[in-house]
Design a protein. Structure first.
Length: 423
């Protein structure tokens, strides 16, 4: 007879024996099903699985021949094999319902990743330890930065002159005084990236013109949302231009990327690589004959092993190893930066966070980036996200790196959700 707690009992047995995070997420996915028949099926699967693991443990204990280091490697391999086997077993038993299970698993997986990154981010001030993680956010980001971002800077770093149009606005003094657009240290407080009393220059930006409506563009709209412009207000806005044109800006805005899709593409070689290899083989009659014979006379795995020396030679001659290495590194960096973007950037309001504790990691991270030689950061507009739109912000650590463009000032009244320009 199936009892309500059988599935929980089997899950506890498994997670207490194996530490694999993937196995834990598989178990959480099973536990998310509330239908009694589904839970019974999952409990039976885990019961069989736990029995097999227990037999392996007994055999391993009775014939213990490895030292601690090799035992850890063996345990890690066992966990990987167990995860793959359990995943396959569930897929076979669920049949047509596998896609549903797989989607729940994937959602839980990314939820755990986002949660972990947020936990590391929150612990960044003072490098506080996070349970189960050997290294903090700063160390992990430094590895990513030094080994990949700096290796391919054109993909992740911009010069200020290449950021595109930049805007800054104010609603507290709507006039033509351009100097009021430059932040004053005396009034600087409660901002995301800078300590109180230190003036960074906050701007909205866009690298391509995107209209919001027939009056303002998306970068201007981002500006208005960032200052929390309310109905019935007037606002002044002007365009900014770079002064230090080669200022080094790191791009942390990956709003349009899909981590799930990126992870699936991670190990996929570039499409052109396959065609290059095929063309190389077809241009060499002897090699074509050899490869064709290997394909006809061997299984897929045997073919891969026997053809490997020739394929490696083609890769080297065509420079594909370098291209694939670059692709893997850039995909990995884009994935990690996308995960960071989605994990740490969220709207913060003084009403719900009176001490603005959420800003503390940002302020410390800005100091870290300054020491790395950066002049600013491009990041997502969480205020635009709140109304279902996307926008980009730019913070410059030195307010003298950009200034207002003369004769670019415009003034608007915001009424009934529309912007009406006035002189």
């Amino acid at each position: 007879m199936f009892y309500a707690f059988d599935l929980i009992f089997e899950i506890n047995k498994l997670v207490n024996r194996l530490e694999s995070n993937e196995l834990k997420i598989i178990c959480e996915t099973m536990d998310s099903y509330k239908n009694a028949e589904d839970r019974k099926i999952f409990a039976q699967i885990l019961n069989d699985f736990n029995t097999k693991i227990r037999i392996c443990d007994i055999l391993s204990r009775d014939f213990q021949l490895m030292d601690d280091a090799n035992q850890r490697k063996s345990d890690s391999l066992i966990e990987e094999q167990c995860t793959n086997e359990l995943y396959t077993r569930i897929k076979i038993i669920l049949g047509d319902r596998w896609n549903e299970f797989s989607q729940i698993y994937e959602d839980l997986y990314w939820e755990k990743i986002y949660s972990l990154i947020k936990e590391l981010w929150t612990a960044l001030p003072g490098d506080q330890p996070v349970e189960g993680v050997a290294r903090g956010f700063k160390n992990l980001f430094e590895d990513l930065h030094d080994n990949v971002i700096m290796k391919y800077p054109k993909l992740f770093i911009k010069k200020l002159k290449d950021v595109g149009k930049m805007y800054r606005c104010r609603s507290w003094s709507v006039n033509d005084d351009y100097e009021l657009m430059i932040p004053n240290e005396q009034y600087v407080k409660d901002n995301r990236w800078n300590p109180d009393g230190v003036s960074y220059l906050y701007l909205s930006c866009e690298d391509a013109h995107k209209p919001f409506d027939e009056v303002v563009n998306m970068a201007q709209k981002t500006c208005f949302e960032e200052i929390r412009l309310v109905e019935g207000s007037a606002v002044a806005i002007c365009q900014f231009k770079p002064l230090k044109k080669d200022a080094k800006i790191i791009d942390l805005c990956y709003e349009g990327t899909d981590p799930s899709k990126l992870s699936k593409e991670f190990k996929t070689p570039p499409k052109e690589a396959h065609q290059i290899v095929v063309n190389k083989i077809l241009k060499d009659p002897m090699l074509t004959k050899k490869i064709t014979k290997l394909a006809q006379e061997n299984s897929r795995d045997e073919f891969v092993d026997k053809a490997e020396p020739d394929l490696k030679k083609i890769h080297k001659e065509a420079g594909l190893d370098k291209k694939i290495d670059e692709l893997v590194h850039t995909r990995f960096s884009t994935l990690m930066l996308s995960l960071i973007d989605k994990s740490i950037f969220e709207a913060v309001d003084i009403e719900t966070d009176p001490e603005l504790k959420a800003y503390i990691p940002f302020r410390e991270f800005s100091q870290f980036l300054i020491k790395k030689g950066y002049d600013g950061i491009i990041y997502r507009s969480t205020r635009m996200n709140m109304i279902g739109l996307s926008g980009k912000n730019l913070v410059l650590f030195d307010k003298m790196h950009a200034t207002y463009k003369e004769k670019s000032m415009k003034k608007y009244n915001y009424t009934s959700g529309k912007y009406v320009e006035f002189v």
